[in-house]
Design a protein around this ligand. Sequence first.
Ligand SMILES: [Zn+2]
Length: 411
Amino acid sequence: MSFFSDRLSHVFYFESARKPMHRKRINLIGLLAALLACWSLAGAAQNVLMTDLVGTPIGRLPCMNRGDARLVPLAMLAKSAGFTVEAVRGKEHVTSPSCLTIFEIGNGFAEVNESFVQLSSSVESWDGSLWLPLANLDELFPTTVELSEGGDIIRLLGIADSSGGPVTLLENEEPAKQRGVWQFGKVILDAGHGGKDPGGRGPDGMVEKDVVLDIVRRAEQSLTALGIPVVLTRRSDQFLTLGQRTRLANAEAGDLFVSVHCNSYEDPTIGGAECYILKPARSERAVAVAAKENQVVELERDAEQYEALTEENFILLSMATSQYLNDSERWSDILLKKLTSEARLKNRGVDQAGFYVLMGASMPAILLECGYMTNPDDLLVLGTERGRQRIADAIADSIVEMKTEMEAAAR
Ligand SMILES: [Zn+2]
């Protein structure tokens, strides 16, 4: 194991139940002092006044001091402003007009419509609610919350009058996702490896980079015939960094991203197809696969960019993509079933690990290992044009099914 893969194991192999290392413990004494201060100053400076659009007071939010920052309870703010709050896999998703804001306890960043906002204090949990830094409220809920200069008045722009009626959209505002209007755009197909990075090797000079390029080009043809727009990250024997692949996917605004690979292993009895999604690994085997697929960064000129991938950054990065995990998992299931029925590859299931190529993709993203070049049964599929066509068709069919599901869910 190289130094690099050693470090990868350290980064990606940690218990999913383990709490984030950077989570700040709430100092009970400090908190009690802050609450006492809140209580004793009730109605005075420690509370924040909320007003409607025209400035009529509609209520007050309690405040808690954390260092230099003042925190306010999300639940009370959401109730007054009419936001929807939903817990999704350990994160709080807050939907306000024209905005989806995502928080995580202990995190000093929040995600606002897919970009990050650095908070003046990390998000805390207390008394059944998350507490958010007051100073960042207008960045966290743009077009809905306006903060006075001293930070003592919160103007709720969505509340048209002091009767506290339902939130109405302001002029020229549109919901982030117009329900029923969303339509599937395009799919990004990524043939793994390429150029100076051959990937794994099979018998008779078979190399992974060629096999997967052929499969991806066939899938492109099948999808184009079905009227689904496709973008390939590479269409020749070309070297691409892992980051370039995801950046291209985002720049093309893809709706699905699949990185296609095939596996190799010392034990020839191991065979079948596997899908991976981006989440901390739960097994040594998944760690080993990720280490192998990530190894290419050693060939990249600016490998240092990955140095910063600490556990904390991983949590942050996966937070940015967590909203797509359900779809990624669902797609993996569909694809593996199709590979079993159409290409006769054994279904080895969906697993999770820290694959660089999936990081930062703003769409459901999966990594497919479509068989082992070291397994005799899989070689009958991977080593023949007909077999590779079947794999390509299974990929295309899974995308058609996902398109239908995603469009139905948007309605
Ligand atoms: Zn590979």
